[in-house]
Design a binder for this molecule. Structure first.
Ligand code: HEC
Ligand code: HEC
Length: 398
């Protein structure tokens, strides 16, 4: 149930070591196939980039519009809140509240410009994004209220049954080398099974890694969260028992530790890394941590851009409304909130229409004991939800 979803991410993080419920995306047997044994410029298996660009359900069209709506519009336009009109029958109406006739131009303009109680989405939504939202309004499927969440296009556990490894050693081994000579410790090496389940292990100080023993077959091999290195991916890698994999040679994205602040690289940072990279006082950052950690990731905040008016509406909604659908005002508008005011100033500075990020840095990778971990990530059947609780079946599927 997406309505409950926002509270669940912290729970998921607790589950993370050993059982991470995230999802995968296209691989060799999936739509965006790439030739085997080829390094790709952007690894389209990098789920964080798909999340940040709202492409976890579809690349374009009404289904992508639904994803945008879920993250950006539903918080105000839902059946529980009385403060914004429901948009379900938008195109059956003759006019907008403001009097303009309802058509793609007027609706697009409304989304870009917002209103007294609606943020202007001009800074964060492109014409293509808006076209996808409008396709969603036309599709007759608008608007999400928590029922019938869309299918996860990359869920394959039903059609491609595949055992999930239960041990921690005895599988494929290999070595990672960094071309520039940096320490190869703490690099995440990932195998994706035909079912879409991902297994990630980490390199030791010598760059060596060892997977758990897996079902023999053909896997996709990649570096999980490659930043600060260029993506590395090989499809159709045959694994049988303790297969020795060929050396993985990684190349830095930049010679300096300062990395370009591109969406591809920024999407790979953890929330803490993003906040650390942004200019701001300890007071600003601690206030964000205090008020914005309860329900969703910081990625969700920092992938958004609004002007000051827009941020004031978003921060007000996030801090002063309660209930699962954040629909009920719990602090009157007449009661000034200095923490909210401080956050609006901070967010407008670092995520305003014109804000530019300085080159980014990443935290040091795990070392020593911290590399002794196996992470298993499962696909879930549906998207636009994040569960509170999950259970495994006898085959190791969620
Ligand atoms: C912070 C709350 C808020 C958010 C977020 C929000 N809206 Fe609104 N929206 C409103 C309010 C309030 C109105 C009615 C008053 C007005 O027109 O400004 C409205 C009006 C509209 C209207 C005009 C409806 C009519 O019948 O006149 C459209 C279309 C619309 N919103 C689309 C969207 C879309 C699409 C998104 C997401 C990209 C979105 N809104 C996000 C609060 C919000
Ligand atoms: C009470 C729970 C809650 C808290 C606390 C919270 N949020 Fe949210 N936030 C939501 C919900 C619900 C959504 C809608 C999307 C979803 O369900 O994940 C959302 C979405 C957003 C979005 C839009 C994301 C996008 O991709 O466009 C932004 C921006 C945002 N929140 C900012 C903040 C900020 C800033 C804070 C701290 C002031 C904060 N949130 C704290 C519940 C919360």
């Amino acid at each position: 149930m997406p309505i409950q979803s926002v509270r669940s991410r912290a729970v998921l993080v607790l589950l993370a070591l050993g059982l991470v419920l995230l999802a995968a995306s296209g691989t060799s047997w999936w739509p965006a196939a790439k030739a085997a044994d080829k390094e790709v410029a952007t690894d389209n298996l990098q789920r964080s980039l798909l999340l940040d660009t709202y492409r976890i359900v579809a690349d374009s069209g009404a289904e992508r519009g639904e994803t945008l709506y879920f993250y950006k519009c539903w918080m105000c336009h839902n059946q529980y809140t009385k403060t914004a009109p429901l948009l379900k029958d938008l195109y059956q109406r003759k006019t907008l509240v403001g009097g303009a006739p309802v058509n793609d131009d007027s609706v697009g303009a409304k989304i870009k410009d917002g209103g007294p109680a609606m943020p202007a989405f001009r800074p964060s939504l492109s014409d293509t994004d808006i076209a996808d939202l409008i396709a969603y309004f036309h599709s007759g499927k608008c608007c999400v209220e928590g029922e019938n969440p869309p299918m996860n296009p990359f869920y394959r556990a039903e059609t491609h049954k595949w055992p999930v490894p239960s041990g921690v050693t005895g599988g494929a081994t290999g070595v990672v080398r960094i071309k520039s000579g940096d320490s190869p410790e703490g690099v995440g090496v990932q195998l994706i099974a035909p079912s879409g389940v991902r297994t990630t292990v980490y390199t030791d100080a010598a760059g060596k890694f060892e997977f758990p023993r897996m079902q023999a077959g053909s896997y996709t091999l990649r570096i999980a969260t490659p930043v600060p290195f260029k993506p590395y991916r090989r499809d159709s890698v045959a694994i049988e028992g303790a297969t020795k994999l060929e050396e993985i040679a990684l190349e830095r994205v930049a010679e300096s530790d300062n990395l370009p602040a591109s969406p591809e690289l920024e999407s790979q940072l953890s929330g803490a890394e993003i906040l650390w990279n942004l200019p701001g006082t300890a007071e600003e950052k601690a206030t964000l941590q205090k008020n914005c950690s309860g329900c969703h990731s910081w990625q969700q905040i920092f992938r958004s851009r609004y002007d000051e008016h827009g941020w004031s509406l978003i921060v007000d909604r996030m801090m002063h409304f309660s209930g699962t659908a954040i629909a009920v005002r719990n602090r009157p508008m007449s009661d000034p909130d200095p923490e909210a005011a401080l956050l609006v100033k901070f967010l407008t500075r670092v995520r305003g229409p014109e804000s530019q990020d300085a080159p980014i840095r990443v935290f040091p990778r795990p070392r020593g004991q911290s590399t002794r971990v196996v992470v298993t990530e499962y696909e879930l059947p549906q998207q636009l939800l994040a569960l509170h609780d999950a259970a495994l079946d006898g085959q190791g599927n969620v």
